[in-house]
Ligand binder design. Structure first.
Ligand SMILES: Cc1cc2nc3c(=O)[nH]c(=O)nc-3n(C[C@H](O)[C@H](O)[C@H](O)COP(=O)(O)OP(=O)(O)OC[C@H]3O[C@@H](n4cnc5c(N)ncnc54)[C@H](O)[C@@H]3O)c2cc1C
Length: 463
């Protein structure tokens, strides 16, 4: 490599890492070296799009899943050329919730295309390894890898995406090393090699729980599946087929105040209810404004949102395609799926199976169930202090990365994507994006936001 060539290293090869690289490959007009370091999940697919089941669907309509902000129809055009979809009208296709593995194939295609058109003066290395630490020095950064020699780079992007969920807070920590405990429910092992002698407990009651139930049923599991979460809220279906509501958006204005926003939202919910409709389109209508609203709220308002409103927000935002919702309802009616409100008190392995003691919020009683496995579906751990990603932990211990005030991700400047260190300084050459910016932006985990971030970040990196 020429000594004048900038070396950009990217840790994490999911949507964010791969698409940042794609934009760099396309836009760089001076010699560049890029090193993309990825392990854990297949390149480009990450957790979300390497789904082990074809029944695992996108939770965003195809029309909103283009990888490029300036080509909104790109994904729909791509899928329309695929066998099985050529006869489907494009406007209909854009409203559908397609299998996630297909989206993985779409990103794979974009990646291959970017490689085949790569300019000669761009050197690209893809390393299958885990980054475990970072040192900042006068020349840039040194990245420590699990298997290979350390790597020096001028600029570094932390695109580590979704960390494994946090373990439940129970005294019986021994259980976490049991082969009957599945901390990472996104891998196929969590639903395979079933004995079907006992029931199964899923901790968590969101979209990942649904994916796991579908995976268990697909693999022939026929006993009872319990799911438990603090509130046991039911998951709503996408019952309005993309209906748009503008009443609330037209009425809200800056400066945003949480209490006013909540009151206005309630007012519009009443309007919808009086029309015999439900509130989801109102919540959807806030999406383009969510980041702006979040950034303008005070810390106490954000805390209030997290403690009092987050779960309701989650229910309204994370919905199921109608046919999947019907399947879940049928499983519940038939007693195959039992959704509980409550908390897990302890889990121990016994000769008869795994004994789970839980507090049932409805009956206000302690109950014990015996299951054959426990699957953790509580969603990605957002705190870098608690993450089991050694890289993030070490960056936090060194003070290179700090958490935002709510410990939802990494403290960073959202305009430049630069990480803010323990001295409050924006590091000149370490950047982050995606779920790591959740504390700063709240909505920073789905493609409609990420595709904008990857393009903007690539521009900053080569500026
Ligand atoms: C189950 C699920 C379903 C989803 N469905 C949708 C959807 O339908 N639509 C939508 O818009 N969004 C969806 N999302 C959000 C999704 O997270 C984003 O769309 C996007 O895939 C995130 O990409 P990413 O690159 O930030 O992270 P990830 O996809 O998590 O990729 C990060 C990659 O970096 C690797 N990595 C992490 N740390 C290191 C390290 N230290 N060294 C080396 N490699 C490392 C990981 O193993 C992984 O391969 C879903 C998320 C999940 C979890």
């Amino acid at each position: 490599m020429d000594r004048g060539t900038t070396h950009i290293a990217i840790i994490g090869g999911g949507f964010c890492g791969v698409m940042t690289t794609v934009h760099l490959l396309r836009s760089a007009d001076t010699p560049l070296k890029i090193t993309l370091i990825n392990s854990g999940y297949p390149l480009g697919k990450g957790v979300a799009y390497s789904a082990y089941s074809k029944q695992h669907l996108l939770n965003v309509t195809a029309g909103n899943m283009s990888a490029f902000p300036d080509k909104p129809a790109d994904f729909v055009d791509w899928i329309h050329n695929k066998e099985g979809y050529t006869q489907v009208d494009k406007s209909l296709l854009s409203k559908t919730y397609l299998p996630r593995y297909l989206y993985g194939e779409y990103i794979e295609g974009i990646w291959k295309n970017a490689l085949s058109t790569k300019k000669a003066d761009i050197e690209l290395d893809v390393i299958d390894d885990t980054a475990i630490d970072v040192e900042v020095n006068d020349n840039g950064v040194a990245i420590l890898l699990k298997k290979s020699q350390p790597l020096a780079a001028d600029k570094l992007v932390i695109a580590t995406g979704n960390s494994e969920p946090r373990n439940p807070e129970i005294p019986g920590k021994d259980f976490f090393s049991s082969p009957s405990y599945f901390r990472d429910s996104w891998k196929g092992e969590s639903v395979s090699n079933l004995k079907s002698e006992n029931d199964i407990l899923i901790i968590g009651n969101g979209l990942t729980m649904v994916d796991t139930v579908l995976g268990l049923i697909e693999n022939g599991f026929s006993k009872t599946i319990y799911s438990i979460s603090p509130n046991g809220f039911g998951i709503l279906p996408h019952r309005h087929g993309g209906m748009e509501y503008s009443g609330l958006k037209n009425e809200i204005s800056k400066p945003y105040e949480l209490s006013k926003l909540v009151n206005l939202t309630h007012k519009h919910i009443r309007v919808m209810r009086n029309l015999g409709l439900s509130a989801e389109p109102i919540i959807d209508s806030l999406r383009p404004l969510t980041q702006e609203i979040w950034q303008s709220l005070s810390l106490s308002e954000r805390k209030h949102f997290l403690t009092r409103l987050r779960h309701l927000w989650g229910v309204a935002r994370h919905r199921l395609p109608v046919h999947v919702h019907d399947m879940m309802q049928n499983l519940r009616i038939n007693g195959n799926l039992v959704v509980m409100a409550g908390t897990v008190k302890n889990i121990t392995e016994t000769a008869d199976g795994i004994k789970v003691i839980l507090n049932n919020k409805k009956t206000k009683k302690e109950e014990t169930i015996t299951v054959e496995r426990v699957i953790n579906c509580t969603g990605p751990e957002s705190s870098i202090k608690k993450s089991n990603n050694t890289l993030l932990q070490n960056m936090w211990k060194r003070g290179i990365a700090t958490t935002d005030a709510l410990e939802l991700g990494i403290n960073a400047d959202v305009e430049s994507f630069r990480i803010i260190d323990k001295y409050g300084d924006k590091l000149p050459n370490i950047y982050t994006l995606g779920a790591n910016l959740r504390g700063m932006l709240w909505e920073s985990s789905a493609v409609p936001e990420l595709r904008v971030q990857v393009e903007k970040l690539a521009q900053k990196l080569i500026a």
